[in-house]
Design a binder for this molecule. Structure first.
Ligand code: UDP
Ligand code: MG
Length: 300
């Protein structure tokens, strides 16, 4: 069996060497072959230089370096597309997800041929209360309004079998929301708990605003139901406006300005929703690449 580790890296200069060592220490003495596919997502620090030093080491390494920062989703796609293992793991570079958990994932896949993916979820979330609340609400909303199932707390830290990887990279959408894609492609996923460690060095690239944007993208990518809101609201307002109109006609008095504001606001909001989807269709229509590779290096 060959395992590929896909590692998105954005400004991780302090973590690459410890990560490499942790992987080598953990996998040493196990009877499987492995490669590490690092994706340098347009880092502005010395990540690429630190990665290039690993080329002379004993482990099979691929380095895919983007021409700028395209985001973790693009980095994961590039990694999955360039990984050739029978099993493929997506894992962060900051050691918050320890490689030892990968051994548990592999074991699960080895013993049960029915399972196509083992996904880790955080058992204890040691994070900001605001972020935690936001994430929980997001999962509730997204499960309610989309037909795709999202497992609360599940991360991108997963090990897939080859056929599932092929299906995931076969999804050519520009606005990628992996948690949705992983679920949408189907297959059998087993969830295992893991404890998130502290970031080895550097800081998280996610701010509240970035998370919010990602959540909205995720919902829009997996349901078109918000597009139907204007229709139902419109019908509702027509029904309400009928008696109002009759009263206005009978009494000769104008409908109050506040009603106009309210209706106007609703129309604008609905047009906003339409605009969101139109913008996405427009971007997808351009058929832009999800990422651009500037350098592609390998020691095998
Ligand atoms: N990452 C990336 N591109 C980005 C942001 C993050 O490749 O634009 C990588 C990052 O280097 C790390 C992983 O994605 O390996 C997870 O990022 P981070 O640790 O910032 O997220 P958190 O663990 O706080 O959710
Ligand atoms: Mg992290």
């Amino acid at each position: 069996m060959k395992l590929s580790l896909v590692v998105p890296c954005y400004n991780e200069e302090g973590n690459i060497a410890p990560f490499y060592k942790a992987v080598a220490d953990t996998f040493d003495g196990h009877d499987f072959e492995y490669e590490i596919v690092f994706v340098n997502d347009g880092s502005t620090d010395n990540t690429l230089q630190v990665l290039k030093k690993l080329i002379t080491g004993p482990v099979a390494i691929k380095i895919i370096s983007f021409s700028r920062n395209f985001g973790k989703e693009a980095a994961m796609l590039a990694g999955l597309e360039n990984a050739d293992g029978e099993y493929v793991t997506v894992i962060d570079a900051d050691l918050q997800q320890h490689p030892s958990v990968v051994l548990d994932m592999i074991e699960k896949l080895d013993v049960n041929p029915e399972i196509d993916c083992v996904a880790a979820y955080q058992d204890k979330r040691d994070e900001d209360a605001k972020i935690s609340f936001f994430k929980d609400t997001f999962y509730k909303v997204v499960n309610l309004i989309t037909d795709t199932e999202f497992f609360s707390g599940a991360s991108d830290f997963r090990t897939f079998r080859r056929p599932m990887v092929d299906s995931i990279v076969g999804m050519k959408e520009y606005f990628r929301f992996s948690k949705g894609i992983f679920s949408w492609v189907g297959y059998n996923t087993e969830y295992i708990p893991y404890t998130v460690s502290e970031r080895a060095s550097g800081e998280s690239k996610w701010s509240f605003v970035k998370l919010l944007k990602y959540a909205v993208d995720g919902i829009e990518s997996f349901t078109v139901r918000p597009l139907r809101i204007p229709l139902w609201l419109g019908i509702l307002f027509i029904i309400i406006s009928l008696p109002l109109f009759i009263v206005a006609l009978a009494t000769g008095k104008n409908i109050s300005v506040s009603v106009i504001y309210f209706v106007g606001g609703t129309i604008l909001a609905c047009m906003g929703v339409l605009g969101e989807y139109l913008a996405k269709t427009y971007m997808q229509g351009k058929n832009r690449p999800v990422y651009i590779i500037k350098e592609n290096i390998s020691n095998r």
